[in-house]
Design a protein around this ligand. Structure first.
Ligand SMILES: C[S@@+](CC[C@H](N)C(=O)[O-])C[C@H]1O[C@@H](n2cnc3c(N)ncnc32)[C@H](O)[C@@H]1O
Length: 284
């Protein structure tokens, strides 16, 4: 696996470059797909009026906005992320919605001095850290003594056909990809509960509890099969594989994606199973 500094530099470049721009462009669609996940995370985290919350890797802020609504004007939320374009989009959305109790902060949660929070939460934002123990140690410093932490992270690729089906359809047209490194930073880095437990306990958190969250995700966001195909080429592993591929390869991948997703198409929706962990812990 690459050194933490190299991973951090790559992530910074990706989320402030093509990756961040694509997420901003696709945000409305992605938010619709992930609305049931955001709802589940909010129910799990149970933010209370007046609480101080930090949303780690908040991106364009879908959960951040909901936390801000839940804690109300007497509470305050920090949206923390390394991506300038995504934070700017979050800020724009908050101001359009008239939500004023969010501080959007561009900083690395592994090193930034943090205020004290009652709730530290993340939706798919903690799996990209170069040095995850260091990051969770720093987050521990930002935890009030009674604080709780809630995370939602993907389980394994095979449990996530919404990702695995497009990946398999695309792979047949592309050169073999390097074998994934176990627990390497990326979408599936927190799939293994044993590994997550090791990381969190080494960083000063109590042994976490894991709750399975299984739900079908509409990757078309109610906009039909073609939109599901486009989304599958824009977000996730297939997108990174398609970069720099000739047009005929891209066309062949798109055709195979359409064929693979068609059986899941039901009117405007294309629903495939998604599998996540809802993880919770407290300072130890
Ligand atoms: C998959 S997106 C999720 C965004 C958002 N939480 C949501 O649910 O829409 C991952 C986010 O993690 C952020 N991220 C990646 N590496 C990070 C790091 N080292 N520290 C903080 N955020 C990071 C990215 O910029 C991106 O906003």
């Amino acid at each position: 696996m690459a050194a933490p500094e190299e991973i951090n530099a790559d992530m910074l470049a990706f989320w402030n470059g093509k990756g961040g721009d694509t997420w901003v462009a696709r945000q409305e669609h992605t938010d619709i797909t992930l609305t049931p996940v955001t709802d589940a995370l909010l129910a799990f985290a149970a933010p209370r009026a007046g609480e101080r919350v930090v949303d780690i890797g908040c991106g364009c802020g879908a959960p951040t906005l909901e936390f801000a609504r839940a804690v109300g004007p007497s509470g305050r939320v920090t949206g923390l992320d390394i991506s300038g374009p995504m934070l700017a989009e979050g800020e724009r959305r908050a101001s359009a919605a008239g939500i004023a109790n969010i501080d959007w902060r561009r900083a690395d949660p592994a090193t930034a001095p943090l205020d004290e929070y009652d709730l530290l939460s993340s939706a798919f934002g903690v799996m990209f850290f170069g040095d995850r123990v260091a990051a969770f140690k720093n987050m521990r410093r930002g935890a009030a003594p009674h604080a709780r932490m809630t995370l939602v992270c993907w389980r394994t690729p095979v449990e996530n056909p919404w990702m695995e089906v497009p990946i398999t359809a695309a792979a047949q047209h592309l050169p073999p990809q390097p074998k994934p490194v176990l627990n390497a930073p990326g979408m599936f880095a927190f799939a293994d509960p044993e590994h997550v437990t090791e990381v969190l306990t080494a960083a000063g958190w109590a042994p976490p509890s894991f709750e399975k969250l299984d739900m079908d995700l509409d990757i078309a966001a109610g906009r039909g099969l073609e939109e599901a195909v486009v989304q599958s080429t824009q977000i996730g592993a297939v997108n990174s594989w398609l970069r720099n591929q000739p047009a005929e390869v891209v066309s062949a991948v798109v055709a195979s994606l359409r064929e693979a997703l068609e059986p899941y198409s039901d009117g405007a929706s294309v629903r495939l199973p998604g599998a996540m962990w809802l993880i919770s812990s407290t300072p130890s």
